[in-house]
Ligand binder design. Structure first.
Ligand code: ADP
Ligand code: ADP
Ligand code: MG
Length: 667
C-alpha cells in the first residue's frame, strides 16, 4: 500500500478519505486555506499545510502550492476528492511530473471526458446511446436556435465545460432561446472560463440514473450497479439512492454494459461514474436511456453504493492507484438491501434555498444502526460563504427501500442543527412524500411539490416565539434568584424594577423581542399559582396563544433551545426561530428605506446590471444578476418606479444585505 496521502480537498470528503487512509495505515496530509485552519479535516490529519487565503482560486485550486506541499511532506499520492481539481487533467499531469501518484484516472481519460460535447461524440462511437442534440463546434446564436428548432422543444442548453448543474438552461420555445443562450454562455464563461454550449433534447419525465464503474490498470472494468439521483433542484442532486426503483435486471445489465464500454473507450482506471438520463414516461425501459456525461472521480453520493455492496470505494481507489488488481469480477458482485442518502445543506428552503452562512451553534446527529453520517464540520464551526454549503450527508441502509427511507426520515427528525438555516425539515418531508415513497418521481418532483414540502415562505411559528421568550426570561434569572422566585419570592429580573409587584396579584409587562429580524411585542405576566402561598409563574402571550414558564417551557425538550450570542434559537420540526431581546439601537438594515431598496441576497458577485440611473422600471422587472456559490440570482424591481441610485459596478464582490439599487417609488 502507498505509504502516505495528501488530500487536495476539504470538508466532509477530506474527512472521509482520511478515515479510510488511517485504517489502511497511511500517513495523512491535509492542505488547507486560511479559513479552514481549525477545520475538522485539519485536526484529523497527521499533518497539515497552509496553502493560501480563503478563496478557492488562491488555495484549493492552486496546483503549484499543492504539489509543493506534497513534495515537502513526501506524500506518496494525492487524492483529489470531488470538485476543485478532481477533474482537471493538468493536475493529474502535474502529479505525474512530480513523481507523485494521482488517485484517479489517467490525465488522458479526464481530458477525454472533460468536455461534454467531445465526450458524447466519443461514447457514441463506442455504441453508447447519447441524448439527441447538437454537440458540434458552431456557437453562433442563429445556428444554435435553428438546431434547437430541429431537435424540438423543450431543449436543454448546457455548458460543454459544465459541472455542478451550472450553465444549464431549459428552453420551452424558440422565443425564449436567445435570452437563455446568453445567460447560459455568461454563466459558463464565468464559472468555467469557456462559454461554449451544446443543445440537446430535454428528455421528458427524466430519471437520472448513473452507473458506478471501477477499473484497474490491468484492463479489468466492472460496474457496481446504479444509483438513482432523480430528486434534484436546479439540476443538483438532493437525495440519492441505490438501487433505482423500478430497475429491472435486464435494464441494469444493459446500462452496466454501456457504462463499462464508455469507461473502456477512454482507457479508464479507478472510480468513475457514467451518468445517464432515462425517459421515465412508461417506466424504465432498456431502449430509453441516454448518456449525459462521465464524472471521472469519486462521487458525492458514493456511500449509497458502499452500503449496498459492502465495499469501501476509497480503499479500492488506493489499491488500484498502487497497481493492485480489482479483488473481484463482475460475477462476484451483488446488491444487498437498499440505501438512501440526503444532502444536508446550509440553505433556506423558505427563501428559495438561498445559501445561509454563520456559526453552527449546535450540530448533533443520532447514532443508530444502519445510519451513516459523513460530515466535515462540528458544533462551533462557521459555515462560510467561500465553499459549498453542504453540512453533512445522512445515509441510511435497510433491507428494503421502505425501511431505508423510514430510517432516513427518522434520522433527519433527530438531527439537531441551529445557526445557518438548513434544509433538514425539507429533506424529512421529501423522505415521507407518498409519491416518492411509492417510487413515482422524476427530476421535476421537487419543483412540482415545493408547497407540500414546506419550501415556501412560512408565517412565524408563534409557539416557538413564546417558548423563546420564556427561554430569555429563564436566562435572565440567575440560578439562586430563580429558585427563590419559583418558591414564591419576588421575581428578580432586570425588567421588574419599574412597576410594583403585588403579592398575590398579576403584573403585566410588554416585552419587545426581535424574531428573525422582526419586532414583536409579546406580553409577559407574572402570576401566582396556587394562591398567595403558591409558586410564581410567568406566562407569555403572543400570536393568539399563551405559554407558561412552569408548564410549557419546563416540559419542553431543552435540546430545542439553543443559546447564541444574541439570544436563543428555538427548534421545532427542523425549523429555526431566532428570538432575542429587542434592541432599539440596533439599526435594522433589512427594513431601512422600506421596499424600494434592492439588496444582495447573499455574498457574491454582481455579474450583470440591466438598468441605469434615471431609468423607469416596472415591478418584477429584472434589474441585475448576482452570482453566488453556484448560481445566478436575478434581482427584480420590488415596485414600479425610477432608478435613483446604483451602488455597485458589474464585476464587484457584494456582501449579503448590501444596497445595490435604490428606486424612487410612487406612493
Ligand atoms: P455529484 O454527481 O458527485 O453529486 P456534482 O456535480 O454535484 O457531482 O458535484 C460534486 C461536487 O463537486 C459538488 O460539491 C460541486 O460543488 C463540485 N463541482 C462539480 N463540478 C464542479 C466544477 N466544475 N467546478 C467546481 N466545483 C464543481
Ligand atoms: P452536470 O455536469 O452539471 O452534472 P449533467 O449533464 O450531468 O450536468 O446534468 C445535470 C442534470 O441536469 C441531470 O442530472 C439531469 O437532471 C438534468 N439533465 C441533463 N441533461 C438532461 C436532458 N437532456 N433532459 C432532461 N434533463 C437533463
Ligand atoms: Mg452530472
Amino acid at each position: 500500500m502507498l505509504e502516505s496521502v495528501l488530500i487536495a480537498n476539504r470538508g466532509e470528503i477530506a474527512c472521509r478519505i482520511i478515515r479510510t487512509a488511517k485504517r489502511l495505515g497511511m500517513r495523512t496530509i491535509a492542505v488547507h486555506s486560511e479559513a479552514d485552519a481549525g477545520a475538522l479535516f485539519v485536526q484529523m490529519a497527521d499533518e497539515a499545510h497552509l496553502i493560501g487565503p480563503a478563496p478557492a482560486r488562491e488555495s484549493y485550486l492552486r496546483i503549484d502550492r499543492i504539489i509543493e506541499a506534497a513534495r515537502r511532506s513526501g506524500a506518496a499520492c494525492i487524492h483529489p476528492g470531488y470538485g476543485f481539481l478532481s477533474e482537471r487533467a493538468e493536475f493529474a499531469e502535474a502529479c505525474a511530473a512530480a513523481g507523485i501518484v494521482f488517485v484517479g484516472p489517467p490525465a488522458s481519460a479526464i481530458g477525454a471526458m472533460g468536455l461534454k460535447d467531445a465526450a458524447k461524440a466519443l461514447v457514441q462511437q463506442a455504441g453508447v446511446p447519447v441524448v439527441p442534440g447538437y454537440h458540434g463546434e458552431r456557437q453562433d446564436p442563429d445556428f444554435l436556435r435553428q438546431k434547437a428548432d430541429e431537435i424540438g422543444y423543450p431543449v436543454l442548453i448546457k455548458a460543454v465545460a459544465g459541472g455542478g448543474g451550472k450553465g444549464m438552461k431549459r428552453v420551452e420555445s424558440a422565443a425564449e432561446f436567445g435570452a437563455a443562450l446568453e445567460s447560459a454562455q455568461r454563466e459558463a464563461a464565468g464559472a468555467f472560463g469557456d462559454p461554449r454550449v451544446l443543445v440537446e433534447k430535454y428528455v421528458l419525465s427524466p430519471r437520472h440514473i448513473e452507473i458506478q464503474v471501477f477499473a484497474d490498470a490491468h484492463g479489468n472494468v466492472v460496474h457496481l450497479f446504479e444509483r438513482d439521483c432523480s430528486l434534484q433542484r436546479r439540476h443538483q442532486k438532493v437525495i440519492e439512492e441505490a438501487p433505482a426503483p423500478g430497475m429491472t435486471p435486464e435494464m441494469r445489465a444493459v446500462m452496466g454494459r454501456a457504462a463499462v464500454e464508455a469507461a473502456r473507450a477512454v482507457g479508464y482506471v479507478g472510480a468513475g461514474t457514467v451518468e445517464f438520463i432515462a425517459d421515465g414516461r412508461e417506466g424504465l425501459r432498456p431502449d430509453r436511456f441516454y448518456f449525459m456525461e462521465m464524472n471521472t472521480r469519486l462521487q458525492v453520493e458514493h456511500p449509497v453504493t458502499e452500503a449496498i455492496t459492502g465495499l469501501d470505494l476509497v480503499e479500492l481507489q488506493f489499491r488500484v492507484a498502487s497497481g493492485e488488481r480489482l479483488p473481484f469480477t463482475q460475477g462476484d458482485l451483488a446488491i444487498r438491501g437498499h440505501a438512501v442518502e440526503a444532502r444536508l445543506y446550509a440553505e433556506d428552503p423558505e427563501r428559495e434555498f438561498l445559501p445561509s452562512t454563520g456559526k453552527l451553534w449546535t450540530l448533533a446527529f443520532p447514532e443508530s444502526e444502519g445510519v451513516r453520517i459523513d460530515t466535515g464540520v462540528e458544533a462551533g464551526d462557521e459555515v462560510t460563504p467561500f465553499y459549498d454549503p453542504m453540512i453533512a450527508k445522512v445515509i441510511a441502509h435497510g433491507p428494503t427501500r421502505e425501511e431505508a427511507l423510514e430510517k432516513l426520515a427518522q434520522a433527519l427528525g433527530e438531527t439537531l442543527v441551529a445557526g445557518p438555516k438548513t434544509n433538514v425539515a425539507f429533506l424529512k418531508k421529501l423522505c415521507e412524500a407518498p409519491e416518492f415513497r411509492a417510487g413515482r418521481f422524476d427530476t421535476g418532483f421537487i419543483d412540482r411539490n415545493l408547497d407540500a414540502l414546506g419550501a415556501v415562505a412560512q408565517t412565524i411559528d408563534a409557539e416557538a416565539v413564546r417558548l423563546g421568550v420564556l427561554k430569555l426570561v429563564d436566562m435572565e434569572f440567575d440560578a439562586q434568584s430563580y429558585r427563590a422566585f419559583a418558591e414564591g419570592g419576588a421575581p428578580s429580573s432586570p425588567w421588574d424594577e419599574c412597576d410594583g409587584f403585588q403579592l398575590g396579584g398579576a403584573r403585566r409587562q410588554n416585552f419587545p423581542v426581535d424574531v428573525d429580524g422582526e419586532r414583536i411585542d409579546a406580553v409577559l405576566e407574572w402570576t401566582r399559582v396556587g394562591g398567595a402561598q403558591g409558586n410564581s409563574d410567568v406566562t407569555v402571550t403572543w400570536g393568539g396563544g399563551t405559554s407558561s414558564l412552569l408548564g410549557d417551557y419546563m416540559e419542553a425538550d431543552m435540546r430545542r433551545f439553543v443559546q447564541t450570542d444574541q439570544g436563543v434559537i428555538v427548534l421545532s420540526e427542523g425549523r429555526q426561530t431566532r428570538v432575542s431581546p429587542y434592541d432599539p439601537f440596533d439599526v435594522d438594515l433589512e427594513h431601512l428605506n422600506g421596499g424600494n431598496v434592492v439588496k444582495a441576497p447573499m455574498h457574491g458577485k454582481l455579474v450583470a446590471l440591466f438598468v441605469k440611473p434615471g431609468e423607469r422600471v416596472e415591478k418584477g422587472q429584472r434589474l441585475a444578476v448576482v452570482e453566488a456559490m453556484k448560481m445566478e440570482h436575478a434581482l427584480v424591481a420590488p415596485a414600479d418606479g425610477e432608478v435613483e441610485e446604483i451602488a455597485a459596478e458589474p464585476g464587484a464582490q457584494v456582501a449579503e444585505g448590501a444596497r445595490l439599487i435604490v428606486l424612487r417609488t410612487e406612493g
